[in-house]
Design a protein around this ligand. Sequence first.
Ligand SMILES: [Zn+2]
Length: 121
Amino acid sequence: MNSTPTCDNCGGPTINVQQGRSIGRQCPTCGWSLFSTYTSPILLDTNTYTVRLVDADPRNASLVRLVAGLAGCNYLSARAMLLSNSEPLLRANAERTLAAIKQLRELHVRYLVEPDFPHAL
Ligand SMILES: [Zn+2]
């Protein structure tokens, strides 16, 4: 196998390029290019994850605001959610779950994710 990528059209050396979610090779000599869509594993993950808070403090204003943002409700409803703590914080796909987990970690809030969350934080 030739390890140096070459142009399928003219055989010249190609360069790697990335545009948004596409990665590919391009030939500066003749303009040939080959792109494929770059898809991260998290976007291929079709699981729905449930995030629950553990020992969440309803007096933590930053947490209440975060919950309000995630649940799409107002501050008082979010605090009521924390007080009862019966509902999961979030049921969402991997991408949204990851975003939520990152914010919870910033606030040093304990949480549980079901099923186990396989993606790097
Ligand atoms: Zn070429």
